[in-house]
Design a protein around this ligand. Structure first.
Ligand SMILES: NC(=O)c1ccc[n+]([C@@H]2O[C@H](COP(=O)([O-])OP(=O)(O)OC[C@H]3O[C@@H](n4cnc5c(N)ncnc54)[C@H](O)[C@@H]3O)[C@@H](O)[C@H]2O)c1
Length: 325
């Protein structure tokens, strides 16, 4: 920290810090344990919706005392951006000093969002998926599809990825990249059912829609499967979700907030939030036959779990630009 100055970190500098997925999974474990013990301050995110439709810009503040972390992420999601060749998710994060409230850093949050979302799925999967899970279905082969392979590969003995996207070129580039980066077989499929049936874990990461396209039908997923709904309930028919023995989320007040503004109009009862699963206050998977769902909405605490480590390591490595306050 330099008095009267803050550190600005571009996306390239955030990446250059070199935080690894296993480290991010560990940081999120700590954050969700703190949440489960009731030691996190995190109001539901307010948002604005420029252009209407499914566009959003959310303010996401959180304070995690045990991690000496306080701050806010200002993040946008514009589903039409991919047609403009622009990222779906963009934004900035402000990290504050929890002792004085003074801003310490402003950093790009695109990479952090991509990584921490998948790490939160991994934290949930550790409790809800079968430990021997080796076949992963990815529906929506974009940024989240990629980071989810990376995160689940940390905790599970992955062998094969079944890859589906409405854009065949997205599946092609995903398959090339995943094969290059991981020792995994990638099977591109043109029928979404093939990325759901016979999979141990299924991740849906297409656009978030108020009116779900509800492609995945009842009985497509086998008993024993774990599903991560990164794009809310957009991909799932209500009858398919209702086959889950346990429908979990990362924060129940946030889910209820989304219900009030029109999302999640037909979902199963909520079994637990992720803090309750991590602290063992509610059970995770109890037998091999259960179908389980984690519908993590993405929380400010996910970001605030990661940001202080990025800040500290950036200073150690001399990355970023100091700007006057
Ligand atoms: N829950 C969270 O914490 C969280 C965090 C970040 C992003 N998200 C959400 O994850 C989703 C993916 O984000 P991203 O950054 O990977 O976006 P992206 O644009 O990189 O990837 C989305 C992919 O979905 C594909 N797609 C679009 N419609 C589809 C359909 N009907 N069926 C299959 N594929 C389809 C697109 O072709 C694209 O390849 C978004 O909905 C985003 O809002 C959730």
């Amino acid at each position: 920290m330099k008095p009267g100055q803050l550190l600005y970190l571009s996306q390239a500098e955030v990446v250059a810090v070199g935080l690894t997925m296993p480290e991010i999974v560990d940081l999120l474990e700590t954050a969700f344990r703190e949440k489960g013990e009731g030691r996190v301050e995190m109001p539901p995110k307010p948002g604005i919706h420029p252009g209407g439709g499914d566009n959003f810009i959310h303010a996401m503040p959180a304070y995690i005392p045990a991690m000496q972390s306080a701050g806010v992420k200002w993040v946008s999601g514009f589903p039409g951006n991919s047609e403009r060749g622009l990222p779906y998710i963009t934004g900035l994060l402000i990290l504050n000093d929890p002792q004085t409230g003074i801003p310490l850093a402003v950093m790009d949050c695109e990479w952090i969002t991509a990584m921490r979302t998948a790490a939160a799925t991994a934290v949930a999967a550790r409790r809800l998926a079968r430990p021997e899970s080796s076949v992963l279905g990815i529906l929506g082969c974009g940024v989240q599809g990629r980071t989810h392979v990376a995160a689940l590969d940390v905790l599970f003995p992955l062998r094969r990825v079944m890859a589906y996207d409405i854009r065949p070129e997205a599946v092609r580039s995903f398959a090339e990249e995943i094969k290059r980066r991981f020792d995994l077989e990638v099977v591109p499929v043109g029928d979404p059912r093939r990325a759901v049936g016979n999979c141990d874990m299924v991740v849906t990461s297409g656009p978030i829609l108020k009116v779900p396209h509800a492609t995945i039908q009842a009985d497509w997923w086998e008993r024993g499967t774990f599903a991560s709904l990164v794009d809310f309930d957009s991909f799932w028919h209500p009858a398919a979700m209702k086959q889950a023995s346990k429908f979990c989320t990362d924060d129940i007040p946030q889910l209820m907030h989304y219900q009030r503004i029109g999302y999640f109009q037909d979902i199963p009862p909520i079994h637990a939030d992720l803090g309750e699963l991590v602290t063992g206050k509610k059970p995770g998977r109890e037998n091999v036959a259960e179908r389980t769902i984690a519908c993590n909405l993405g929380l400010a605490l996910d970001d605030m779990a990661v940001a202080p480590t990025i800040y500290r390591r950036a200073i150690q490595k001399g990355l970023g630009a100091w700007l006057p306050l």
